[in-house]
Write a protein that binds this ligand. Structure first.
Ligand SMILES: Cc1ncc(C[n+]2csc(CCOP(=O)(O)OP(=O)(O)O)c2C)c(N)n1
Ligand SMILES: [Mg+2]
Length: 332
């Protein structure tokens, strides 16, 4: 099998205005969350490493708009966008990132371990490539139960080189699992360019080599991602097995907060912000279908929600020392 041309994205006309507004709300919330965390991180009050998702919003939201709470999602170390797109509560997420007790994992996981099983969020994942084997296990659960549910694995361009991702893709094809592999090619794995480190250049072609339908799309174009993910999720729900999507975008911040980014051209991020902003592209596409003042209201509401989340998190208590030994082992 070779990678196919991306399906023709029908664009905004295929979605009712309330769905367009919902998608924009989720993208705006991710953007506001990440921009604010970039600032909060400079105060020294955010423990642990933080990897920001700004610039890639259309990928998480374009995929997750097809998922419900009972569908599973395996994330990456750059997981805030996936969590928000999957419906995780931003106050509880912010508490988790600040290491506070009301956090989604009791404040003991932090940015790279946010999980919420009630939303099918299996967790951000510090193991690069770790979502793929996790997601095929979740997909096997759905298949065994005949629930009609699907699982999605998000992996980066760097993670696409991991052996366990290859094993997971092969097993998904062999067992015809209801899973979607989403490769977010943001150009870099830490400071190493994907054009150097991904030998095949096309991650989509590589995934197709395992015997599944695979497409490459512009990851800054919500409608392109949404159309490709819609086909893949429908295929999986129909029992037709796995698919892959390579979505190309650029991250707007460093690999981690504090990364001096010496490996990037000086104007690279400014150009991405000016020319390939997924939110601005979305706004331009929906002009005439969603009023501009409604979109502006959504932006303002996202900022207010994130501000409230930061205030709540900063005022919240840290976990009690007695919480240290809780949640270490599964209780049966
Ligand atoms: C198995 C494993 N190897 C290496 C690392 C160190 N590491 C953390 S993030 C990262 C780069 C990942 O790049 P990519 O998959 O492209 O994701 P991005 O950071 O671009 O979102 C590496 C090598 C790790 N956490 N886990
Ligand atoms: Mg990358």
């Amino acid at each position: 099998m070779s990678a196919q041309p991306a399906p023709r994205a029908p664009g905004p006309d295929a979605l009712a205005p309330p769905l367009l507004a919902r998608a924009y709300r989720r993208m705006a919330l991710i953007r506001a969350f990440e921009e604010r965390l970039h600032v909060e991180n400079t105060t020294g009050d955010v423990p642990g490493f933080v990897h920001l998702y700004a610039g890639q919003e259309a990928i998480a939201v374009g995929v997750c708009e097809h998922l419900g709470d009972s569908d599973y999602l395996g994330s990456t170390h750059r997981g805030h966008g996936h969590c928000i797109a999957k419906g995780c509560d931003v106050v509880a997420m912010m508490c988790e990132i600040f290491g506070r007790a009301p956090g989604l994992c009791g404040g003991k996981g932090g940015s790279m371990h946010i999980a919420d099983l009630s939303k099918g969020m299996l967790g951000a994942n510090a193991i690069v490539g770790g979502a793929a084997p996790l997601a095929i296990g979740a997909a096997l659960t759905h298949k065994t139960k005949g629930s009609g549910g699907v699982a999605v694995a998000f992996t980066g361009d760097g993670g696409s080189n991991q052996g366990m991702v290859f094993e997971a893709m092969n097993m998904a094809v062999v067992l015809a699992l209801p899973v979607l592999f989403v490769f977010e090619n943001n150009g870099y794995g830490e400071g190493t360019g994907a054009d150097y480190a991904v030998g095949s250049r096309s991650i989509a072609e590589r995934a197709a080599g395992f015997g599944m339908p695979s497409v490459q799309v512009d990851g800054t174009d919500f409608f392109a991602v949404h159309a490709a993910a819609g086909e893949a999720v429908a295929r999986a729900r129909a029992g037709l097995g796995p698919s892959a999507i390579e979505a190309k975008a650029l991250r707007w911040y460093g690999h981690y907060e504090g990364d001096p980014m010496n490996y990037r051209a000086p104007d690279e991020v400014a150009r991405a912000r000016a020319e390939r902003d997924p939110l601005a592209l979305f706004r331009a596409r929906v002009a005439g279908r969603v009023p501009a003042d409604e979109l502006a209201g959504i932006d303002a509401q996202a900022l207010a929600e994130v501000d409230a989340a930061v205030r709540t998190a900063r005022a919240a208590p840290f976990p009690e020392p007695t919480a240290l030994e809780r949640d270490v082992y599964v209780a049966y």
